[in-house]
Design a protein. Structure first.
Lengths: 246, 234
């Protein structure tokens, strides 16, 4: 079985919006290769195009031009069912606003993708509880999102993202709605999952705390990639705030 | 680990398309469970959504009951000779009222369903990210609309008829009011359709109208690209 080195590849990727009479290039000929098992952070200010890039890679929106390859399969060639399958089994999504289903408990949220994947109920419940325990929320399995803090909701979302053993985790500003300490916990958790489960993590973020755990950082501005840096080459020391580590 | 669980989702080769054996499913039992949760956990919101059909069918039910009851009153009232020409006019008026109540109910419910779907764009987008097919989204909303429609219509029919029963109990007495249920409300072509049949039909019509009203909003929402659906601010 051959396994491709690059799990995600983009070629001439562009997204153009027409607002009023003007053309806005949210993404402009982006070429990005992401290796299997990498932890990549896509960093840039607001409006830089990182969320648009996230949407393109995740198949959440169609590019105006260019291609996205997931495991060398052109996403544009996929049918609706194949795309759904990809989202169900291959990609796990994590959002800034957690996006849990409000009427469902934590366990039900985590097992929902397993339902779509056709997993038997008992197996799904066992696996769901297992995942909740890994993220440290074993006792809160029957709590609804309104009964959970932001950090806890994000952890449920992370557990959910791993429901069907995906190859890729896509995170859009995962720490955006979290305080400093909770944000750090989430980043640590993501890194742990990346190392233990050998899952590729692609995170669109402007949280500098993410730099420390990334293998590579892709700096994006105005829809174009400015530069790509390996972690070792980044000299930035993310400072500590007093009292933060308590 | 059960057999139908794939590890890592890595395909065999570049030319490998995702085969037919990979399935995405939403079992009906799960769909029903989710629908029940959607309705009863947000009971207040569901009540508001169902209020349009509740009121419309309550009105229709009251009109129908009133028609049967008037017919009974007329039969009981021996001084009423020459009733025939009035009956036609009365019938036309009843059909008019009944139709209007259905129109009102439809407008109410289309609006409610549109709101109900729009409020949940973010949820819809999220479910698509978890792998839901467009048809799952439509299925869930139609189930919810159908269930709310039947419940709302059923309660509405009872409320409408109930109020009318109280109104007519003086005139007809308890026995008369009970008899109204088997008296036809309208004489339509073929035969005499007892009141209770008309009212059950109204409830079913209410359910069907609700499903039809949800169809277009649900389909449109299901077709939205997830990125757009997730951008919603609700």
């Amino acid at each position: 079985m051959s396994v491709y080195e690059y799990i995600v590849r983009t070629k001439d990727l562009s997204k153009i919006y027409t607002l009023g009479g003007t053309e806005v290039r949210a993404l402009d000929d982006v070429a990005l290769d992401i290796r299997r098992g990498e932890y990549v952070s896509i960093m840039g200010p607001s409006g830089s195009g990182k969320s648009t890039l996230f949407n393109m890679i995740g198949g959440l929106d169609k590019p105006s031009k260019g291609t996205v390859f997931i495991d060398e399969v052109d996403m544009a060639q996929l049918t609706a069912s194949e795309l759904a399958f990809l989202r169900c089994r291959k990609i796990g999504y994590i959002f800034q606003t957690f996006n849990l289903i409000p009427v469902m408990t934590a366990l039900e949220n985590v097992t929902l993708p397993m339902v779509f994947a056709g997993l038997a109920t008992d197996d799904a419940l066992d696996k769901g509880m297992g995942l909740l325990k890994i993220v440290g929320l074993g006792e809160r399995y029957d709590h609804k999102p309104t009964e959970l803090s932001g950090g806890q909701q994000q952890r449920v979302a992370i557990a959910r993202a791993f429901a069907n053993d995906p190859a890729i985790i896509l995170a859009d500003e995962p720490t955006g709605n979290l305080d400093l300490r909770t944000g750090k916990e989430i980043i640590t958790l993501l890194k742990r999952m990346n190392e233990e489960k050998k899952v590729t993590v692609i995170s669109a973020t402007h949280d500098l705390k993410m730099i420390d755990v990334s293998d590579r950082v892709v700096w994006i501005r105005d829809g174009k990639i400015e530069r790509i840096e390996e972690r070792e080459d980044i000299e930035l020391q993310v400072g500590q705030m007093e009292g933060e580590d308590q | 680990m059960s057999e139908n669980q794939r590890r890592e989702g890595v395909p065999e080769g570049a030319s490998d398309r995702l085969g037919v054996e990979q399935q995405i499913v939403l079992p009906w039992s799960k769909a029903l469970e989710m629908t029940r949760e959607n309705i009863f956990v947000r009971l207040g919101r569901s009540a508001i959504t169902a209020s349009g059909i509740f009121l419309g069918i309550a009105f229709l039910s009251a009109v129908l009951f009133g028609a049967s009851a008037s017919r009974l009153v007329a039969e009981m009232d021996l001084e009423r000779i020459g009733l025939e020409h009035e009956a036609g006019e009365l019938q036309a008026r009843i059909i008019w009222l009944a139709s209007m109540s259905l129109v009102v109910a439809t407008v109410g419910i289309v609006n409610s369903m549109l709101m109900s779907v729009t409020e949940r764009y973010k949820e819809i987008g999220t479910m698509k990210c978890l792998g839901a097919l467009d048809s799952f989204i439509v299925r869930l909303f139609l189930l919810e609309a159908g269930l709310l429609g039947i419940l709302g219509s059923g309660l509405g029919a009872l409320a409408g008829a109930g109020v009318m029963m109280l109104i007519y109990i003086g005139r007809l007495g308890g026995e008369g009011v009970a008899k109204a249920w088997v008296t036809p409300a309208v004489q339509l072509g073929g035969g005499n359709v007892p009141l209770w049949v008309s009212i059950v039909a109204s409830v079913l019509i209410g359910g069907i109208l609700s499903i039809l009203a949800a169809l277009y909003p649900a389909w449109r929402a299901a077709k939205m690209p997830p990125a757009a659906a997730l951008r919603s601010e609700f």
